[in-house]
Design a protein around this ligand. Structure first.
Ligand code: NAD
Length: 313
């Protein structure tokens, strides 16, 4: 396993991080015993960063991850989130955030988390995030319940703006840097790098769109992006290359991102994703993919309040 500094947090995180949303059945029902095996194998193989949220499976992912980490808590860097509780239930108020962390600590069977992230901040009021939510997270840090403080979301300009105005240690972005998207590097990477904010890139498989199984029914990408995603998968298969491994490998080559978070729920996925660490990507195949995705490159979807969108005036 390879490790990188997570900004100025003092943490060295594995370049592949364990995304625990599939443990909450977000991509379909899973076998919880197999899910726990995936967690244990990941730890044995050196993956030390685990990301979860109360939202994933509406607390189920935290429950399952907490159970799987029993006796192993000290071996991992544990990140959870606050502020998002359902597809349309958000509360970034200091009171809810404080209650939320207590609930998460109980489910995760621990007395602190290494990182607490305000989850999908584009659904909140931007001024509240800057003036109330992040300061509330800092207060939890002073109390020792939280070691570091971060934000996550889809629109890059809002993440960049909040990162410049509030004191955050990390920013988590998803679906903005992978085989079909690169705009993370336009809007966010330069700011994170200049301020030495830890940058976490999630969903390297574009939430399964870049795998043989294809995008789940709820995937918000356009039909064109899904069609081109499946063309990329077929092209890789024609070359005898595992599309998921190539997609992950591509993300791991990013020069600044500390950790690429991939969602996993069984030992086979952990094993296959570890192979990406050593994979030598075929430059000609990457060039063909680049051409193939041109039409949908950097295309995204609406998420959150209109005023927080990347297209807002
Ligand atoms: P992803 O791109 O990592 O894809 C995960 C899906 O791919 C799952 O269905 C998984 O079973 C499957 N998969 C994993 N490895 C595979 C392999 N080798 N071959 C075939 N299929 C494979 O998407 P994700 O899970 O949404 O993102 C990763 C993690 O990042 C999440 O679990 C979560 O922890 C975090 N995340 C956070 C936010 C946020 O804060 N707003 C948003 C998205 C993701």
């Amino acid at each position: 396993m390879k490790y990188r500094a997570l900004g100025k947090t003092g943490l060295d995180v594995s370049t592949i991080g364990f995304g625990a949303s599939p443990l909450g059945n977000e991509f379909g029902g899973i076998d919880p015993v197999e899910g726990a095996r995936a967690v244990h194998l990941a730890i044995d193989q050196g993956i030390n960063f685990f990301d979860v949220a109360p939202y994933y499976g509406r607390t189920l992912a935290e429950e399952r991850l907490g159970a799987a980490l029993a006796g192993k808590r000290q071996h991992v860097i544990l990140a959870t989130k606050c502020g998002r509780y359902d597809s349309d239930a958000f509360d970034f108020s200091p009171a809810r955030v404080k209650k939320s962390v207590e609930e998460s600590l109980r489910r995760l069977r621990t007395d602190y988390v290494d990182l607490l992230t305000a989850h999908d901040i584009e659904f909140g009021d931007r001024e509240q995030i800057v003036r109330e939510t992040v300061p509330a997270l800092r207060e939890l840090q002073r109390e020792g319940k939280v070691r570091n403080v971060g934000i996550s979301g889809l629109p890059l300009k809002m993440l960049a703006d909040v990162a410049m105005r509030a004191q955050v240690d990390t920013v988590l972005s998803y679906c903005r840097y992978n085989l079909i998207a690169r705009d993370l590097d336009i809007w966010l990477t330069p700011i994170a790098e200049a301020r030495q904010i830890g940058l976490i890139n999630a969903s390297p498989l574009h939430m399964r769109l870049l795998t043989a199984a294809g995008a789940p029914a709820w995937h918000p990408a356009s039909e064109t992006a899904k069609r081109i995603g499946s063309q990329v998968v077929r092209l890789c298969q024609k070359h005898g290359v595992d599309p998921a491994a190539l997609a992950l490998r591509f993300c791991l080559m990013h020069p600044y991102v500390s950790c690429t978070l991939v969602g996993m729920s069984n030992a086979g996925e952990v094993e296959r994703n570890l192979l990406a660490l050593e994979m030598e990507p075929d430059a000609e195949l990457l060039r063909q993919i680049e051409q193939m995705v041109e039409l949908v490159k950097n295309s995204t979807w609406r998420s959150g309040r209109p005023e927080n969108s990347d297209n807002a005036a």
